[in-house]
Design a binder for this molecule. Structure first.
Ligand SMILES: Cc1cc2nc3c(=O)[nH]c(=O)nc-3n(C[C@H](O)[C@H](O)[C@H](O)COP(=O)(O)OP(=O)(O)OC[C@H]3O[C@@H](n4cnc5c(N)ncnc54)[C@H](O)[C@@H]3O)c2cc1C
Length: 392
């Protein structure tokens, strides 16, 4: 395993830093976590288009689809640097998930209609997979699509749908054959969010932010030509996305940025009464977090390296996901302990809070990180079965 980065990687990191200086309001410190309010939404959309023009939304896509053809290490470096610099505008579901799926499984018409706008950053996609009774056990999903003429008619509900409140399109899994084995009766649809019969209701997260929603489908008509891949084979088409970028490098890189900012803040308090760094325990804990953050980085680099060399990271991607997301939680908890009550200013007066309230936000927001994209328990199952070969 060779962890030396080449000049092309260093140049890419510099290019991201230059992009931040040139294209974002200065001084740029990032959104708090989720896009909040119309001004942030407008900036998010603008930056997405700029990222599209740089080719960074489709950096690792094949060149024939307007992608950059970058390898997994370049993609990982880009994601690491964008996350460290808190660059908004990434349409996670579009360019990381459904775009690559359409390239592999889409009809020529689907490719023509959907791929270029995703590449240009003009559309937001949301992912309609989870349901109130189907999360970890996704194949139990019950939202039904029934054939009616040239259309399918969808009834049911999806939950935790990130960005559905401003999504233009949804890629969703529906049950089309209730009598088949549960993985086999599922079809993958592309659904225009303006279709009549869709209701999107906000769900606020524990940090009071609006990221995800519950969506209700009441006789929603979707043309049969919007099936992605084959009827009743949606489960396998959706799994394709797993072949694309699999590291959790953005998560560990975001944690490192908060840690660096917090250390700068804590150093600035030296010499004041009750400065946190006067306590040896605070210094040990910060040192420990730095060790953990370096370990998280290396675990993610391993995933990128495996993909680059044509190996499929299964347990390794799960190890990196568990470690990076649990690191985010340890980071929030430990920084709250070190900073104490001052850390609790986020809701009252962000500007007066240490590190602009990001520590309290991290403490709250990181709770969800070990649930989304597969819970820590499910990841540990994968590590046990596939990594260690333990019995199911
Ligand atoms: C921030 C965030 C964003 C999300 N965005 C989306 C989105 O855009 N679209 C979408 O479709 N979904 C989204 N989700 C939903 C997410 O995929 C599910 O929450 C996740 O898969 C877990 O499913 P569940 O919530 O139904 O929990 P459950 O599956 O009901 O799990 C409940 C508990 O039981 C444990 N558990 C379940 N099965 C096992 C098992 N076999 N072995 C051991 N333990 C088990 C789990 O680990 C968990 O602790 C998002 C979730 C979060 C937190």
């Amino acid at each position: 395993m060779d962890f030396m980065f080449g000049p092309e990687h260093d140049n890419l990191r510099q290019e991201v830093r230059d992009f931040v200086k040139k294209e974002l309001p200065q001084p740029w410190d990032g959104f708090m976590g989720e896009v909040d309010g119309p001004e942030e939404l407008a900036l998010d959309k603008l930056v997405r288009k700029k990222l599209g023009r740089k080719g960074w939304l489709t950096f690792a896509w094949p060149k024939e689809y307007g992608g950059g053809g970058a390898d997994h290490i370049m993609q990982m470096v880009l994601n690491e640097e964008l996350s460290y610099n808190r660059v908004p505008g990434k349409d996670g579901s579009g360019n990381a998930f459904i775009g690559p799926c359409i390239i592999v499984h889409g009809s020529e018409e689907q490719k023509k209609v959907h791929v270029p706008p995703i590449a240009r950053g003009e559309v937001v996609w949301c992912q309609g997979f989870s349901e109130p009774n189907a999360g970890s056990d996704l194949a139990s999903l019950q939202t039904a699509a029934v054939k009616d003429g040239d259309d399918y008619v969808i009834n049911g509900t999806k939950i935790w749908t990130t960005f559905a409140h401003y999504g233009d399109w949804m890629h969703l899994l529906c049950r089309t054959d209730p009598n088949a084995e549960k993985h086999k009766g599922i079809t993958y649809f592309l659904l225009d969010m303006k279709t009549p019969g869709i209701t999107v209701k906000p769900l606020l997260n524990v940090a009071d932010g609006h990221i995800f929603n519950q969506c209700f489908f009441d006789n929603v008509r979707v043309p049969a030509k919007n099936i992605l891949g084959q009827l009743n084979r949606g489960w396998y088409a959706a799994a394709t996305a797993l072949d694309f970028e699999r590291s959790s490098v953005a998560s560990s890189s975001g944690a490192r940025r908060l840690l660096d900012d917090s250390i700068t803040y804590l150093k600035s308090q030296t010499g004041t009464a009750h400065a946190p760094l006067d306590k040896p325990m605070a210094r040990y804990k910060l040192a420990d977090l730095v060790v953990q953050s370096e370990a998280g980085k290396v675990l993610n680099y391993r995933v990128g390296w495996m993909q680059r060399t044509g190996k499929a990271p299964n347990a390794e991607a799960s190890i990196a996901k568990v470690f990076s997301t649990e690191l985010n939680q340890r980071l929030g908890r430990t920084l709250m302990e070190i900073i104490g009550l001052k850390g609790l200013h986020y809701h009252k007066d962000r500007k007066r809070a240490p590190v602009l309230g990001r520590i309290e936000h991290q403490f709250l927001h990181s709770i969800a990180s070990t649930i989304g994209s597969g819970t820590s328990e499910i990841q540990r199952n994968v590590i046990a079965w596939r990594g260690l070969g333990l019995p199911r």
